[in-house]
Design a protein around this ligand. Sequence first.
Ligand code: NAD
Ligand code: TYD
Length: 360
Amino acid sequence: MTSCSQNTRTIVITGGAGFIGSHVVRRFVHRYPHYRIINLDKLTYAGNLENLKDVEKEPNYQFVRGDICELDMLRNLFEKEKVDGVIHLAAESHVDRSIRDPFVFAQTNVLGTLSLLQAAREYWGNNEGPCERRFHHVSTDEVYGALGMGDEAFCETTRYNPHSPYSASKASSDHFVRAYHDTYGLPTVITNCSNNYGPYQFPEKLIPLCIHNICEGLPIPIYGKGENIRDWLHVEDHAAAIDEVFHRGKDGESYNIGGINEWKNIDVVRLLIRYVDECLGRPVGTSDNLITFIKDRAGHDLRYAIDAEKLRLELGWSPVHTFETGLRETVQWYLSHDEWVQHVTSGSYESYYASMYGNS
Ligand code: NAD
Ligand code: TYD
């Protein structure tokens, strides 16, 4: 794939209006001005074109509103735009929502991925392209299940053992990606990443939810005793890893991406309380009483931890953001983007979309 990075190519990034997708779109639009970047997004509650205001006028960027479950639309898009590459992030992504409504997770994450694979297989099978093709599927460490406290971190050969409807749907989509590689020879790569944080994350996930509630003086809901452990990675480090794997990863392989940065939830929340209170000039400990322990999440995975040695050794990637600095900057970003937070919590970004693109 290295030679291709010098040539013009057309890449569809699905879910580009979401949290991680918007960082991947921004990175690719700026770093590869000779690529055409098409952001294909349905704009669910989690998709927000305000995340991409700074790139929407770039000549190599285009937005297409569409649902990855619609195979005919995908076939037309591949034909019309002569798509060479896919970076697939579109998904339903929140575990709590998957517990309430698992069906939409199977629909988007499994059938949507299958439809994209099929569209790529048909178009690439029938048309020679100017450069190599690649289907990069962006997945999660949650497919591996949960670790005990003393267990070794997940590596690429760890057995899949998903517990939530979200992780079951992502595991299923990973299996379809492998099946399309092994059965039809589709040039695929998969990345499995740990929990991300950073700007533009929808405030239903732990870190932006906490920042929002601390600012507003609202209770911070913590499942169980807050003892669960996540391995946090800055979203820009994730986007950089996707860039490496998309261009230089080996066909048919999967790569783990993680921060070597395990934190108990309660400790993350305490850090956030300190940073937000400091930023707002409040006395130390002002928001400590907002911590509210609630009934544990059903099937709550105890611990995730990623072994990203394969990615480091093969492609030389390692994270550049430290957690403390990255978290402080994230807090500052949310505090200085009050309008964005107001819009996503009120849903008014839908009218921003309507004013930009009409209501198709
Ligand atoms: P997100 O929920 O912020 O964004 C998802 C995007 O997909 C939205 O823009 C939404 O409009 C779009 N979308 C949803 N259904 C669609 C459909 N049917 N057709 C087209 N677009 C659709 O998600 P995120 O947190 O940015 O995660 C992106 C990807 O990365 C997901 O595949 C997720 O599983 C994976 N991932 C996320 C994390 C994390 O910590 N957030 C960690 C590892 C992997
Ligand atoms: P989340 O951000 O939803 O990501 P994931 O479930 O994909 O890891 O949650 C991160 C951790 O924080 C997880 O252990 C659940 C916990 N959590 C809470 O304790 N309270 C909350 O309100 C949320 C959203 C999460």
